[in-house]
Ligand binder design. Structure first.
Ligand SMILES: N[C@@H](CCC(=O)N[C@@H](CS)C(=O)NCC(=O)O)C(=O)O
Length: 213
């Protein structure tokens, strides 16, 4: 399998965590988002959505969208499961994953930030306020859900799920962008626990072949 990824991309990071948890290796293909490689015609031919991640399986099938990729990996390699078997717990894990993937990440995606800067001419300060606002609103909701329904060392229990695959990269983005994360103590406790686990360490941005400090 090949994984088209950018080291600092949180959506790629989700998939890298899932791959590492399942013990799967991939041929890593770096796509430099800062250089705009995702918008070049040869990459768009692979992924019309012009983003990372993109998984190409052993039969040559290309698949975009991090949650669809994780679902595909789960179907092909069910162990260890990233979606709990118990229906409500499975829905809780997906609820948190979707909160991050659908409500937080898209509004702070690179193409949105480029539009704010280049088309709407927002200042650096306004762009940072935008970023921090959506992180604060989204992580407050994640914190409330985890306080209400979470348990164990991970989001939902003593084993990682798709919720942890999404939470860790989103928190990493918040740290990188100097957001105040102190109000989200349960979120941060899960993040810190995950940071100590080898699969999460292996998937981290600074462990990727295209890492540029
Ligand atoms: N919903 C997609 C989002 C993919 C996506 O847009 N990823 C970002 C990186 S985190 C990207 O490639 N952005 C490029 C851009 O905005 O131009 C997913 O979950 O995979």
């Amino acid at each position: 399998m090949q994984l088209y990824s950018f080291y600092n991309s949180s959506t790629s990071y989700r998939v890298r965590i899932a791959l590492a948890l399942k013990g799967l290796s991939v041929d890593y293909q770096g796509v430099n988002l800062r250089a705009g490689e995702q918008r070049q015609n040869d990459y768009r031919a692979l992924n019309p959505a012009a983003g990372v991640p993109l998984l190409v399986d052993d039969e040559g099938n290309g698949l975009g969208q991090s949650l669809a990729i994780i679902d595909y990996l789960e179907a092909l390699h069910p162990e260890p499961p990233l979606l709990p078997a118990e229906p409500l717990l499975r829905a809780r894990a997906l609820e948190l994953a979707n909160l991050i993937a659908c409500d937080i990440h898209p509004v702070n995606n690179l193409r949105v930030r480029n539009y704010l800067a280049n088309e709407l001419s927002l200042s650096e300060d306004q762009q940072e306020r935008w970023y921090r606002h959506w992180i604060a609103e989204g992580l407050a909701a994640a914190e409330a859900l985890l306080v209400r329904h979470g348990f164990g060392d991970y989001c939902f229990g003593d084993a990682p799920t798709v919720a942890d695959c999404c939470l860790v990269p989103q928190v990493a983005n918040g740290i990188r962008m100097n957001c105040d994360l102190t109000p989200y103590s349960r979120v941060m406790a899960v993040y810190q626990h995950c940071q100590r686990q080898p699969a999460f360490q292996q998937a981290a941005p600074d462990q990727q072949p295209d890492f540029a400090s």
